[in-house]
Design a protein around this ligand. Structure first.
Ligand code: A2R
Length: 312
């Protein structure tokens, strides 16, 4: 059995499957991680990790026979893929298996925000329906235009579901996708001016940092709604808070934040915000499938077969 280093505690089903298939070494359980790496580093052929923890270069330096990093999640922000490629290390992630769950929570957040479901729930629980009468009227999704930033695997499933809700779908990305039936906006600012909703589902990293800045937020405007289910840093969070406080933006539904699990307290008291603790892929079924793919990627590669979902 090949030796595999596990960087962080993972789902128990993943740990069990890793233990069953490999000689595992758990860095997160080691009293002295450096001593562990010195002792077993040269035996390690695979690493199991996630996209936030990755496998830092100083650790890779201690793993001379490492040939695969198998990462849990579709984003791999903490993994320097170019550096891995230069070292001859294959990187895998877990795309596709989480796409439906991600799309589902996106539409859930949109409905929650515009129909004020959390607030109406609190109103009902507080007995106010009986004492204060019906809850205030809300907006609705039907007939609105949604601009998707990042019409990738997840973005396309969001688009399909938004259409089922009778919304018009347009999109922004670096490239047009001529075969898709949605209007393409090469310029995000122009799209933000012309839509009711902006949904961001782009990867993290330098290229998308603060893609949604003050200008974009102002273009979306006081009736506009912003949803971020991709990566926190894609939105300029302090600018978002200011815009919400000053009424320059209609509302926001957020599953991701700048410094998770810290969430700016300013959001807590806002009525036009729905908050979610990075729950996008967090269903039993999807998390199990993601863990399964982490193990299958390692197994395939270490058995001499092509990895199933390599990052290209
Ligand atoms: O730019 P394009 O045409 O390659 O479209 C990709 C878009 N995208 C960007 N859009 C604007 N500015 C950028 N700098 C930029 N970089 C990438 O994001 C593509 O349509 C989309 C990503 O789609 P996929 O690679 O299929 O990823 P998937 O599975 O939809 O997941 C998206 C993200 C993950 O990377 C995690 O951060 C998060 O969802 O969970």
């Amino acid at each position: 059995m090949s030796d595999v280093l596990i960087m962080r505690k993972m789902l128990q089903s993943v740990i069990d499957a890793l233990d069953a298939n490999f000689n595992t070494h758990k860095l997160y359980e080691a009293d002295d991680p450096n001593a562990l790496l010195t002792r077993i580093g040269s035996r390690i052929k695979g690493v199991a990790t996630n996209g936030h923890v990755g496998c830092p270069p100083e650790i890779m330096n201690k793993l001379p026979n490492l040939s695969i990093i198998s990462s849990f999640g579709v984003g791999y922000d903490a993994i320097d893929v170019a550096d891995c490629r230069a070292r001859g290390i294959v990187v895998t992630n877990t795309p596709d298996v989480l796409t439906d769950a991600m799309a589902e929570i996106t539409l859930g957040l949109m409905i929650a925000l515009c129909r004020k479901i959390p607030q109406a729930d609190a109103y009902t629980r507080a007995g106010k329906w009986e004492t204060d009468g019906p809850y205030a009227l809300t907006g609705e999704l039907t007939g609105k235009t949604v601009g998707i930033i990042g019409l990738g695997r997840i973005g396309k499933e969001v688009a399909r579901r938004a259409q089922a809700f009778k919304m018009r779908v347009v999109f922004h990305g670096r490239n047009d996708q001529a075969h898709e039936p949605f209007q393409y906006y090469p310029d995000l600012l122009t799209m933000a001016r012309e839509v009711d909703w902006l949904v961001s589902i782009v990867p993290g990293g330098a290229a998308t940092k603060h893609l949604i800045n003050r200008e974009v937020i102002d273009a979306l405007g006081p009736d506009g709604m912003l949803v971020n289910v991709g990566r926190g840093p894609s939105v300029d969070e302090p600018e978002l808070i200011k815009a919400l406080q000053e009424g320059r933006l209609g509302g926001a539904a957020l599953d991701v934040f700048d410094e998770e699990p810290k969430v700016p307290e300013a959001f807590y008291t806002m009525d036009n915000v729905v908050l979610s603790p990075h729950q996008g892929s967090a269903t039993t079924k999807t998390r199990w499938a993601m863990g399964d793919l982490v193990v299958r990627n390692l197994k395939a590669h270490l058995d001499g077969l092509p990895a199933i979902t390599p990052v290209t």
